[in-house]
Design a protein around this ligand. Structure first.
Ligand SMILES: Nc1nc2c(ncn2[C@@H]2O[C@H](COP(=O)(O)OP(=O)(O)OP(=O)(O)O)[C@@H](O)[C@H]2O)c(=O)[nH]1
Ligand SMILES: [Mg+2]
Length: 309
């Protein structure tokens, strides 16, 4: 009977859908994803263009399954890797049921943010705006940004948050849930990401290189896994840090190997947390000239093929 079917559907009332996190580089998209999940699935660093691919993070609740899509920061690409990153960000905008655009309150609304707004305009789907890093400024600094963003008419809500401190994330989450369509649970409740353990290991190592280095070096770094051997109580990991030039290699190794040692120690700690086992980590540094423009190496490193020619 139609009435009963109708009631059954309403009492089910389960919501699920894809939520795209978008914004210019370094605004805190990945920090926000990890905070919303309560788990680290996407690496973060003070360097712009940290995230290079679409990163999926799944939050399963009794009433909903929210599938977050973290994306590379929106920018004007300079090489095939950059193009692949922007292609991944564009895919996120197309796949998402709901978009969350993120602004950094400390930088105000810049031209790069305007590009993101343009993309939101073209995407034509429900969008929220999160104004992040409010912990870093005086109260009230978000207000002019909210007014400016509200004038675009693009966003249903403008929510000041601190991803790093967890402030106001409940408000953001409630607004998100209200905009998700009704739907099934797409993923098993235990699953938090679609990345393999190997991909996570690669990324966790790259994160520590980004945190430890400056200027052009972070952008020129890629990590290739050579071996992962799981033993009873330990995991043995061998990885190569790729850079583009001899000078960068010298920086990553550091004087008497100090820098590489530091990176290895920090990465090992993070990997032990991730894997819940003791980790033995062996790192090498290799020069692969202009690897960011080398299609086969880009594929080997797992980057989105669309922007790569
Ligand atoms: N003070 C403050 N810093 C934050 C906050 N959220 C993120 N950050 C910092 O901002 C920097 C960038 O954070 P990410 O999460 O890597 O930014 P992203 O937008 O994912 O950057 P890309 O992947 O490069 O596009 C890091 O140093 C974070 O610790 C916040 O709420 N407050
Ligand atoms: Mg990121």
């Amino acid at each position: 009977m139609p009435r009963e079917i109708g009631e059954a559907a309403i009492s089910r009332g389960y919501r699920s859908g894809f939520v795209g996190l978008i914004g210019k580089p370094n605004v805190g998209k990945s920090t926000l994803l990890n905070a919303l999940l309560g788990r680290k699935v996407s690496i973060t660093s003070p360097r712009p263009q940290t995230t290079r691919t679409r990163i999926l993070g799944i939050l399963t609740r009794p009433d909903a399954q929210v599938i977050f899509l973290d994306s590379p920061g929106w920018h004007k690409p300079q090489h095939p890797l950059g193009r692949s990153m922007v292609a991944a960000a564009r895919d996120v905008m197309e796949e998402a049921d709901v978009l969350v655009a993120i602004l950094d309150v400390t930088s105000g609304i810049t031209q790069e943010d305007e590009w993101v707004f343009d993309e939101v305009r073209k995407a034509k789907r429900p969008a929220l705006l999160a104004i992040n890093k409010v912990d870093a400024v005086n109260k009230g600094r978000a207000l002019p940004l909210i007014e400016q963003a509200a004038a675009t008419g693009l966003f249903a809500e403008h929510i000041p948050v601190s991803a790093a401190h967890g402030d106001n994330l409940d408000v953001l989450m409630a607004q998100l849930l209200a905009r998700l369509p009704e739907g099934p649970r797409w993923y098993e409740p235990e699953q938090v990401t679609d990345q393999t353990t190997e991909q996570l290991i690669q990324e966790f190592i790259r994160e520590q290189v980004l945190v430890a280095t400056r200027q052009e070096v972070p952008h020129a770094v890629g990590v290739l896994l050579e071996g992962v051997t799981h033993k009873d109580r330990a995991v043995v990991i061998q990885a190569v840090i790729l850079v583009e030039r001899e000078g960068q290699k010298a920086i990553v190794i550091g004087r008497r190997g100090q820098m590489l040692k530091h990176i290895g120690t920090e990465a090992r700690k993070e990997l032990e947390r991730l894997l819940g086992k003791k980790v033995f980590l062996e790192l090498w540094v290799k020069v692969a000239k202009d690897w960011r423009s080398d299609a086969s190496l880009l594929r080997q490193l797992g980057y989105h093929a669309k922007g790569i020619r």
